[in-house]
Design a protein around this ligand. Structure first.
Ligand code: M6R
Length: 612
């Protein structure tokens, strides 16, 4: 979703701001802009479209501020209120042009504030909720920018991550957060504020994460933090451990391709030091569970969205099969609003690559409020869900830039299996069965490599089906969530209408849609349920739908009579989601590439969904 960057230091602000926005492009956006303050003048350059368009406009601008200023703010906007045009793009100025503001989040009571401002003769020119906020800050201004910001924020309902500056007080940036992340990078003689660590990493590794209702004032004297009542708050400076190169595409055509090929290493990092072969269990210190704590858990509830929810479904099966604990997965938005019944012995797992997904975060807060034990499974270190859960397991998958989640999914599955193993060993899972599972989890990187070696074969299959309009994915057991994930990958990057179904469910309606041009990807791995899914695939074939059979190595005969085959390594059912999902990621990628789609930033999508 939207990206924010702010800079104050000694270098040329416009360059740093535009580069910071470029690094956050992956979040998804449809317009962008920067404002620079030089001397006592704020100049703004904005444009619908891409960062390269913004860069061209900044370079061409007849503006001393764009060339010389050492202070500024920038933004990539993912439209919510009003279309993605220049007027609605951020930064927004107040009516006097003396205050500039960038904002992530949603001001829910903006209409009310807007009509209040109108009564004082202040008119907004854009459709956005954000402009209302900068007008309000200007209205509240009585000589102190931070006081004006806090006064304005006290009147606001909704979510925000903001950076504000004013030519009344050059040399000062004010930032605040409620629900939308703000990270402050502390460099030598400079400060970079951003909604995402990727804009900060090239400049410094030392960062402070604001918490909800925190404000910070950045001046040449450093960074001071307060709450909205101006009482000082203290937030620790932490070291960000992400490698700058990890956020670059390198030799790959797309981040998605790079990230798919990183999966063997990403999974290695996710499981490193976490398998105890001797005791047949997992060591997950971040969970902070003694065996006794683990034995007390009566139910596991997994909350998440999209791909993360699909990984959670794999976890659900593993907790039930291995640990014998009742387990459920719920879409986080549904969980947060349906007043869920929670007991103190429930373990709620919040699963999120970004750690910032608004609905998952709200589900965490609801579960904590109801007294559950809550843990996070996040990739982004220091993200809001990771901090608010206070306990959990990081994926260590490295930055995932492509909007289509790939390496996060396989690492989430690996982490889910280790969690289930750990809890299972305090219950019914025998040591030798635990050892066996450790060995299989340890082999996940090798299984991922085996699938990636099939890249050319999968690409050939993809080419055959790249022009279809509809597709189905069917599976059962551990492969049911993989069917859902395969369909999600295909639809989000290729824009082909794809549906994932439990193989048994097809007959209950969707089979009516099958015809010669609608391929069905049937997950026929050699695991329990294969024969039943095989029957369902035959039913599809009988309706003339082409069938792409995904089968286990050594069991290729299963694909006889079907149209195409993708071979994945033979492995136990709980392990199969990882190699199978990688095969489906490659399939989706090559279909999208063949169709000429914008793979890393699909239309309408954002990497991190920070509004509900
Ligand atoms: O950051 P999260 O894992 O919480 O994100 C959840 C979903 O928005 C995300 O998985 C989305 O479905 C991906 N675009 C799928 O590829």
């Amino acid at each position: 979703m939207c990206g924010i960057v702010g800079y104050f230091g000694k270098r040329k602000a416009a360059e740093i701001l535009v580069d910071g926005l470029r690094r956050m492009e992956y979040r998804g956006y449809d317009s962008a802009g920067v404002a620079c303050l030089f001397d006592t003048r704020i100049d703004v350059v904005k444009t619908p479209g891409k960062i390269k368009d913004l860069r061209a406009r900044v370079d061409a601008a007849d503006s001393v501020a764009m060339r010389e200023a050492v202070q500024g703010i920038g933004h990539t906007r993912w439209a919510t209120h009003g279309p993605p045009n220049e007027i609605n793009a951020h930064p927004h100025l107040d009516a006097s042009g003396r205050f500039a503001l960038v904002h992530n989040g949603i001001i829910e009571n903006y209409k009310e504030i807007k009509s209040g401002l109108a009564q004082h003769g202040i008119q907004c020119v854009s459709d956005t909720d954000t402009e209302v906020l900068v007008q309000l800050v200007a209205y509240c201004y009585q000589g102190s920018l931070e006081r004006a910001v806090s006064e304005a924020l006290k009147k606001v309902k909704g979510t925000y991550g903001i950076v504000v500056m004013s030519d009344h007080e050059p040399g000062k940036l004010v930032t605040a957060r409620c629900g939308s992340p703000i990270v402050i990078g502390i460099g030598k003689d400079e400060t970079i504020i951003a909604s995402d660590a990727s804009a900060i990493i090239p400049h410094t590794r030392d960062a402070v994460y604001l918490e909800d209702y925190d404000m910070a004032v950045v001046t040449s004297g450093g960074v001071e933090m307060f709450d909205l009542q101006h009482a000082p708050v203290n937030r620790e400076v932490t070291a960000m451990d992400w490698d700058e190169d990890a956020a670059e595409k390198g030799e790959y055509a797309h981040f998605m391709l790079k990230e798919m090929f990183e999966q063997p290493d990403a999974i290695r990092n996710a499981i490193r030091g976490r398998l105890d072969f001797e005791m047949g269990t997992a060591i997950l210190s971040g969970l902070d569970f003694s065996p006794r704590d683990a034995a007390m858990i009566s139910r596991v509830l997994v909350v998440g969205c999209g791909t993360s929810m699909h990984a959670g479904m794999v976890g659900e099966y593993a907790f039930e099969e291995l640990a014998g604990i009742p387990s459920e997965v719920e879409q986080a938005a549904e969980f947060r609003y349906r007043n869920p019944i929670i007991t103190p012995t429930d373990l709620v797992l919040a699963i999120s690559q970004s750690g910032e997904t608004a609905d998952t975060l709200a589900a965490v807060r609801e579960a904590k409020h109801k007294g559950a034990v809550v843990a996070g499974i996040c990739n982004v270190v220091g993200s809001t869900i990771a901090r608010e859960t206070g306990r959990g397991v990081y994926l260590h998958a490295g930055p995932e830039i492509g909007v289509a989640s790939t390496k996060a999914f396989t690492c989430q599955v690996a982490v889910m299996l280790m969690m289930a193993l750990k809890v299972a060993r305090t219950r019914r899972l025998a040591r030798h069965d635990g050892e066996e599972l450790c060995r299989w989890i340890d082999r996940l990187p090798e299984l991922a490599e085996a699938v990636l070696r099939q890249n050319d074969a999968i690409k050939a299959v993809a080419k055959k089906y790249a022009r279809c309009d509809n597709a189905f994915f069917i599976g059962r057991g551990y492969l049911f969530p993989v069917a859902l994930e395969g369909a999600l990958k295909l639809k989000e990057i290729s824009y082909i209408h794809a549906e994932g179904y439990h193989a048994a469910e097809l007959k209950h309606g969707p089979i009516a849609l099958l015809e010669e041009k609608t391929p069905v990807v049937a997950l026929l791995n050699n695991v329990p349920g294969k024969d039943k899914t095989l029957g369902n695939a035959e039913e599809c074939k009988a309706r003339k739908a082409p069938v792409i059979a995904v089968v286990s190595a050594g069991d290729e005969g299963v694909a006889d009579g079907f149209d195409d085959v993708i071979v994945v390594p033979d492995c136990p059912a709980c392990i199969a989601p990882v190699p199978t999902a990688i095969a489906l990621q490659l399939l989706a990628y090559h279909v999208a590439a063949e169709r000429g789609c914008e793979i890393d930033q699909p239309r309408n999508l954002a990497k991190s969904v920070t509004v509900e």
